[in-house]
Design a protein around this ligand. Structure first.
Ligand code: CO
Length: 255
């Protein structure tokens, strides 16, 4: 049987972070599974269109990639999302897979980053192993957040940081709960004045550069207005070797 691995990402139009995160994950997957062809798909149509328009780069949607794999004679497919939570993007990916299942002998699907309790613990250790904080510095992580019920992953993540002894870490989201104001209330209680800001997203793209670290209307500017000394860590989760390892493990589990 001819095997293929489809790596499904939300995507980013920022090529710098794309190369440092998604491309590295795909390369490590190709190195680990040399007998399988590795394919790329993005779930964001908006980003696919933007890359085509501004960079003349074509990226497949999930269904386009599946058709391409089928044309290449692949009959055994493993799909690994690089999504953080089991949210809307993952649901949409699953719907697309269902529709094209009949093209293959077998399709197996790996889980997003934060799926089991162990995944949370491993992700936290992976981040903390490669993040240096100075004395008295708090780490505020910006997750994406969603209307989907899977948004509960974010409060769970913060809870788990604290359960593992990392009380200096707080988690907020750009688009849902907890919000920056919830994070700020906890910062006040902690009584610390130094904050390191980092995205808890696969890439350090639009949200990280603008909503998190922008000069206006950003988490950085709002924290600075409140008198915090803010340091930005412009690093997507895909740049952490320990995070990439979890995705590799999820492929192995799916196999
Ligand atoms: Co967004």
């Amino acid at each position: 049987m001819k095997k293929g691995i489809l790596v499904v990402s939300f995507g980013t139009s920022h090529l710098d972070t794309l190369e440092k995160t998604i491309a590295v994950i795909e390369k490590e997957i190709a190195d680990r599974f040399p007998d399988a062809g590795v394919y790329r798909a993005f779930t964001s149509g908006m980003i696919i269109r933007k890359l085509k328009r501004t960079e003349q780069i074509h990226i497949d949607t999930v269904t386009e990639a599946l058709q391409r794999m089928s044309e290449d004679g692949i009959d055994e497919v493993i799909v690994q999302p690089t999504h953080i939570i089991n949210g809307i993007e993952n649901d949409r990916m699953m719907e697309d897979l269902m529709e094209y299942m009949s093209l293959f002998r077998r399709i197996r699907v790996g889980k997003p980053l934060l799926s089991s309790v162990d995944d949370y613990k491993k992700s936290i250790h992976a981040v903390m192993a490669e993040t240096e904080l100075s004395e008295g510095e708090m780490l505020v992580l910006m997750g994406h957040g969603t209307d989907h019920h899977a948004n509960s992953a974010y409060p769970t993540l913060e809870y788990t940081f604290h359960a593992l002894g990392y009380n200096q870490v707080l988690v907020g989201t750009v688009e849902s709960f907890p919000e920056l104001k919830n994070v700020m209330a906890k910062l006040k209680i902690a009584g610390k004045k130094k904050v390191a800001l980092m995205p808890f997203m696969l890439v350090a793209g639009d949200h990280a550069k603008n909503d998190m670290a922008g000069e206006e209307d950003s988490w950085k500017s709002e924290l600075e207005e409140e008198g915090y000394e803010v340091r930005v860590i412009m690093k997507g989760l895909g740049e952490f070797s320990g995070i990439r390892k979890i995705f590799l493990e999820h492929i192995e589990e799916a196999m």
